[in-house]
Design a binder for this molecule. Structure first.
Ligand code: GRG
Length: 296
């Protein structure tokens, strides 16, 4: 299969859904909606929603009813980027090649755009899904899973640990915990959401969870590598990189060669986790390879 073609097609599907689902820019809240739409629709690889759809496809099932779930995952991801870019956090001027939300609309508007996207995501997740694969109880499980993955024990907790570790020497184990929470949890839950929405049985759910955990790890290791090699469009500006901010990274702790090896091992582990799946899981296998080979 041609992964670039697959990604383009899925990207368009997700962007169309986002555009249709988000409120229009009109009325007294036009400025607020504009700030949300500005950050959400300004590009991005859409990896998390695509992983959700590809996981459902692996089962195999019609993934289209899960588009609101996929859109919600991208709203959550974009909220995290808007807040991460704020002066109180990473203080970045550019995101996805454009001025960050606070640079364009001001700090208060950016905080509220992030809050708006986070809340809107849960509104989307609670809408009835147009599929018989998932009961109301399972949908509740899916929503609870996502809340846990992005909350104090997940993405937000990872961000707290990351900020606390700034400028300090930390061990590899602590770095792994930061990455597992800060970046890995949302990636893993994106795959799990596709699994639940696609009607996975327990064995399939566990296999897809293992896949998600390992590509989450590979994604962050590659992000660290891109920081060092300067290829990343999100963070690779030498002065703004994690290393320059005094944050620990895989290459700083392990060296470049061992870091690359860890990424390759995580991708191989992710692909092995899919052994029980057939050809329908090919997009997931290719996505794992793409995450390892990506240059931005
Ligand atoms: C502020 C609550 C809160 C959390 C922030 C995930 C996170 C925690 C911050 C993002 C900072 C960051 C850039 C982390 C490195 C890994 C990462 C998430 C990169 C950006 O994701 P991509 O590459 O970006 O999928 P695109 O633009 O393609 O969507």
């Amino acid at each position: 299969m041609d992964i670039k073609q697959y990604l383009n097609h899925r990207c368009q599907e997700v962007e169309q859904a986002l555009d249709q689902l988000l409120p229009p820019i009109e009325g007294p809240l036009a400025g607020h909606v504009e700030a949300m739409r500005y950050s959400l629709l300004a590009g991005g690889k859409r990896i998390r929603p695509i992983l959700c759809l590809a996981a459902a496809e692996a089962l195999p099932t019609d993934s289209r009813p899960l588009l609101p779930v996929a859109a919600a995952l991208e709203c959550i991801h974009t909220y995290s980027l808007i807040h991460d870019d704020l002066p109180a956090m990473d203080d970045d001027d550019l995101r996805r090649g454009n001025p960050t939300c606070h640079k364009k609309f001001g700090e208060a508007a950016a905080i509220l755009a992030g809050d708006g996207l986070l809340s809107f995501a849960f509104e989307l997740l609670a809408r009835p899904l147009a599929t018989k694969n998932i009961s109301a109880g399972e949908q509740l499980h899916l929503i609870g899973n996502i809340a846990a993955a992005i909350g104090p024990m997940g993405m937000v907790g990872g961000q707290v640990l990351d900020i606390e570790a700034e400028g300090r020497q930390i061990e590899l184990e602590q770095l792994q915990q930061i990455h597992r929470c800060k970046t890995g949890a949302l990636i893993t839950v994106a795959v799990q959401s596709g699994a639940i929405g696609g009607g996975a049985d327990r064995r399939q759910y566990e296999a897809l969870t293992s896949y998600g955990e390992q590509i989450g790890l590979a994604f962050q290791i590659v992000d660290d590598l891109l920081n060092v090699t300067g290829d990343s469009t999100t963070l690779g500006k030498a002065a703004g990189s994690d290393a320059a901010r005094g944050k620990a990274t895989y290459p700083a702790l392990l060296g470049l060669e061992a870091t690359r090896r860890q990424a390759d091992e995580a991708v191989a582990g992710a692909i092995t986790a899919l052994n029980g799946f057939g050809e329908e899981a090919e997009p997931l296998r290719e996505l794992a390879r793409y995450i390892a080979a990506r240059r931005k």
